[in-house]
Design a protein around this ligand. Sequence first.
Ligand SMILES: O=P(O)(O)OC[C@H]1O[C@](O)(CO)[C@@H](O)[C@@H]1O
Length: 563
Amino acid sequence: MAVSAPVDATKTLAWEALKAHYDALQAEGISLKDWFAADPDRVSKLTFQAGDLHFDLSKNLITDETVKLLADLGRACGVEERRAAMFAGEHINTTEDRAVLHTALRRPAEQKGQLIVDGQDVVADVHEVLDRMYAFAERVRSGEWRGVTGKKIEHLVSIGIGGSDLGPVMAYEALRPYADAGIDCRYISNIDPNDMAEKVKGLDPETTLVIIVSKTFTTLETLTNAREVKAWMLEQLKAAGAIDGSDEQNAEAIAKHFVAVSTALDLVADFGIDPENAFGFWNWVGGRYSVDSAVGLSLIIVLGPERFQQFLAGFRAIDEYFENTPLEENVVALMGLMNVWYVNFFGADTHAVLPYTQYLHRFPAYLQQLTMESNGKQVRWDGSAVTCHTGEVFWGEPGTNGQHAFYQLIHQGNVMVPADFIAFANTHNPAQDNGQDVHELFLGNFLAQTKALAFGKTAEEVRAEGTPEEIVPARVFTGNRPTTSIFGDTLTPFALGELIALYEHITFVQGTVWGIDSYDQWGVELGKQLAKQITPAFHDDEALAAQDASTRALIEYYRAHRQ
Ligand SMILES: O=P(O)(O)OC[C@H]1O[C@](O)(CO)[C@@H](O)[C@@H]1O
């Protein structure tokens, strides 16, 4: 079925109505304090439950009317139709002519036979790989799978980059309390040799299993690192007398210590990895949408199959909610639409994601690829130019660390930074300090920040504290700085799956309103292409002469300084 043409959101009646609404709010004066005072039901009307996550949208710069108009905009831009097309496996990734089916990665096995895309039973394919991964993970966890010298695996090294790294690292860090098999994982991504050098430091190759993760199996960084780790492994094993360095023993060592995850299983075999030890996925899974595919193999080994199943169930809970809830009541869709509201009407260029749990310290970095590689685009899916701003910068740091770094700007800077606060009622590590529950101290900070951002502090309040008049202005907080609070019970594998699916769908909604193909990433290609042309110029004068003046001068600096 042909994908329908993108709508120019800015030409819709809904956009016009939102603009008029925005102007009216500005004219009246936006005041969260007044809005809360005027409407005792504001919190209950703007509180939502999706899966087992609790959302409070009341501290956003929205009214009942805004919610209605944002839902109208979503409908006018075809969010409902495109959502259905995505879940059904239509080729909504038009520039690559692919289906976008990360939601199929978490469909239950009972749905086998219910989703046939391009002639394939997608759910059956997914579960065939999941079952193989679960069996493999159990062998590693139980010690049945052993290294070439017969030792149990205690360390994983996962090599990948972008979507083949950020999701697994983030989830590994987030779910550390659930790593119960005595197996840790180190992730190598950067082509900078310093990354690998530090990650393999102190590792015993005899107890290490390497997972090479690359959708294409052609990525320069990953293949370079993979070859280097292979050389390191074989050298170390030989130096330890574990192998004699013959082709036969090298091959045996690789078979015991290297596995791969890719859509290009032929290239995996060319690398020397037994296809038996390779786990596939499909071109309908975008790299940044792939942590719940075979790309999550390191997680399955570290956490165990049962917890990975809970992780998938979390995704599924949000998928089902997002797919089946009308836009006005659909907090996932509303969060995407609110982002459009802030970017296109208030001119917000960035969006902070502020987790109040240290375990989510890599979540903002993960979201940067998810959101910015998806929506940092200037043309629509039919090639026409987008006529409004797209793709805000996502950023953040966990908890009180951020408070002592950049919150100054969020509170008193003259740019708007909409922020999502994520917190959990329970901690994995309860602690007391002088009779004070430290987790409550932490959560008190989360609530204090969102309150200060919403309601601020007036000059009168500052004066009433006896502040000298000349510094009153510096101590005023304007308030009316929008935040969304996401509260959960405990950061479990299920909750993490929910959070990831939440932001996947938020990204989808924004992309759809802007008419963007959120599933391609042509913007990363030119740099890759140029790197191939430039690298020879470090030594080759002809290649150097072909560079622009600035690049040439930088290479000359390098030539003069390289020892
Ligand atoms: O998994 P691969 O094919 O090695 O690609 C890694 C990453 O590179 C990118 O293509 C960007 O360069 C990402 O989209 C992807 O996640």
